[in-house]
Design a protein around this ligand. Structure first.
Ligand SMILES: [Zn+2]
Length: 492
């Protein structure tokens, strides 16, 4: 029997507000422990929450960008459970009536070959079941060896920081689809400026639900939730492991147990953490300290009108406007800054293909080496475009351009100045090229003999000698033409 997986994701994204969801405390990361707290986020008796308007705006932006219907009325609910770093004893979340529902996004997703290459990238649509707002718990740190002198610390700076939880439909049929989705989702949140997407600092966290079922059947199998997925690559490895584990269980006639499992990256496997809790375990009820959140439809329309061009739309536009393939368009839209850089360079150079190659090739390598972002690139889009124009006009060769580019990266000087100063202009003057060619032919009678006896491939040797004589500055197209004429017996 063949099995197919059904994967759904739950992504928690921290909103980039300056203050917490229900109080005025700062959300700055890395402040001294417990320095960003107040009676509200400490859960002291009598302290009342008040909603952060900026957080609502950001959540609405995210919901709209994910194609969700934004509910004009949504309701906060208490989700009751105990965490030592959540002093209220409940989380304020949304349950029955979330902020956004019934969305979907189109993602260019591919298939991974055994060699790890991604092929057949094409557009697929994945459902977004819901997007709701909630506040975060704090952080516990455990120090020391188990069962010896272990100390635990609680830092409540993160307690009450605004999150959106985005729940996808169980639409992914491979770990690659889940990976491509979550990368696209992160990109979308970054384009919107509502989340910094930093997984190391925990501002983006991802849990996965996995089940497998016999291929061709409609009902979903028993699902297992996987937590502790600290990077998208870990997530993909955990999914691959879990899919295989469940297939083995089912093939062996066993039953998959509904549970929560943790991914252990060092061991490369998931292990059981606890049996899966159900919604009723949380004793949800409407939050009595907050009124329902009512949003004016006109205000929602205003937020929608101000959304930036999103990565999916931008990618498709790049593919049609600049004749790029999906893989290139995906790379060039990886951040809003990269996309803007490429577009300016493509427009200014009037050569989008060359602009794409430079941005993805030499520029990407230079930035990688310096560890800088494209926003701080020592070579501006305008200057890279100027360099491309000098190649296209025949002023310098593509090979020389690489040298010029390295100098541009090093010095930040404009291409035209460097080409002039370094004396790199391409030699396209026929008389001086003929002089060099005559000299090279005269110095190599043996190769000339070979050529005339029919070994015409030896022309490459002559081209090489001419390029050497001119320190790479001869116009290669002209050298080839002139050489062919001369070697064919023109005037020697
Ligand atoms: Zn506070």
């Amino acid at each position: 029997m063949t099995f197919e997986p059904a994967i759904g994701l739950e992504v928690h994204a921290q909103l980039l507000t300056g203050s917490k969801l229900f109080c005025g405390c700062s959300t700055r990361f890395g402040a001294p422990p417990n320095s960003q707290t107040c009676p509200v986020c400490l859960g002291l008796p009598g302290a009342l929450p008040a909603i952060n308007r900026q957080a609502v705006t950001m959540a609405v932006k995210a919901a709209l960008a994910l194609g969700c219907r934004v509910n004009p009325v949504s309701v906060f609910a208490r989700k009751n459970y105990f965490y030592p770093d959540m002093p209220r004893g409940y989380q304020i979340s949304q349950f029955d009536l979330p902020l956004g529902e019934h969305g979907s996004i189109a993602v260019f997703s591919g298939e991974r070959t055994d060699g790890g290459k991604i092929v057949n990238r094409r557009e697929k649509t994945f459902g977004i079941t819901r997007l709701h707002m909630e506040d975060d718990a704090g952080k516990s740190i455990h120090d020391g060896l188990p069962e010896t002198e272990t100390k635990s610390y609680v830092n409540l700076n993160r307690t009450g920081v605004p999150l959106v939880e985005i729940v996808s439909a169980p639409d992914f049929r491979s770990s690659q689809e889940a990976y491509d989705f979550v990368v696209h989702l992160r990109k979308t949140l970054l384009y919107l400026g509502v989340c910094d997407g930093n997984m190391e600092e925990g501002s983006l966290r991802c849990d996965a639900n996995v089940s497998v079922r016999p291929k061709g059947t409609a009902a979903l199998g028993t699902k297992v939730e996987i937590k502790n997925l600290n990077s998208f690559r870990f997530m993909q490895r955990a999914l691959d492991y879990e899919i295989e584990r469940q297939k083995r269980v089912l093939s062996g006639g066993g039953r998959v147990v509904q549970e929560t499992r943790l991914w252990d990256e060092s061991e490369g496997r998931t292990f059981s953490m606890r049996s899966k809790e159900e919604a009723h375990d949380y004793r949800y009820f409407p939050e009595p300290d907050l009124p329902p959140l009512r949003l004016d439809p006109e205000w929602i329309a205003g937020v929608a009108a101000e959304l930036p061009e999103l990565p999916g739309a931008r990618m498709k536009r790049f593919m049609s406007d600049y004749a790029l393939g999906a893989d290139d368009a995906l790379l060039l839209t990886s951040t809003a800054a990269t996309a803007a850089y490429f577009e300016e360079c493509a427009r200014e150079s009037a050569n989008p293909r060359a602009a794409a190659n430079w941005v993805m090739g030499d520029l990407a390598r230079a930035l990688k080496n310096s560890g800088g972002e494209i926003e701080e690139s020592p070579v501006t889009a305008r200057e890279l475009a100027a360099l491309i124009r000098t190649i296209d006009s025949g002023e310098i060769s593509g090979k020389i351009a690489k040298t010029v580019f390295e100098e541009m990266v090093r010095t930040g000087e404009p291409a035209v100045d460097l080409i002039g100063r370094m004396g790199l202009r391409q030699v396209s003057d026929e008389a001086s090229l003929v002089a060099v060619i005559d000299k090279v032919i005269a110095a190599n009678p043996k190769q000339l003999e070979e050529y005339r006896s029919g070994k015409t491939r030896v022309i490459a040797y002559f081209v090489g000698q001419v390029m050497k004589e001119t320190r790479g500055q001869a116009n290669p197209r002209m050298v080839n033409e002139l050489l062919e004429r001369k070697l064919a017996g023109g005037s020697t």
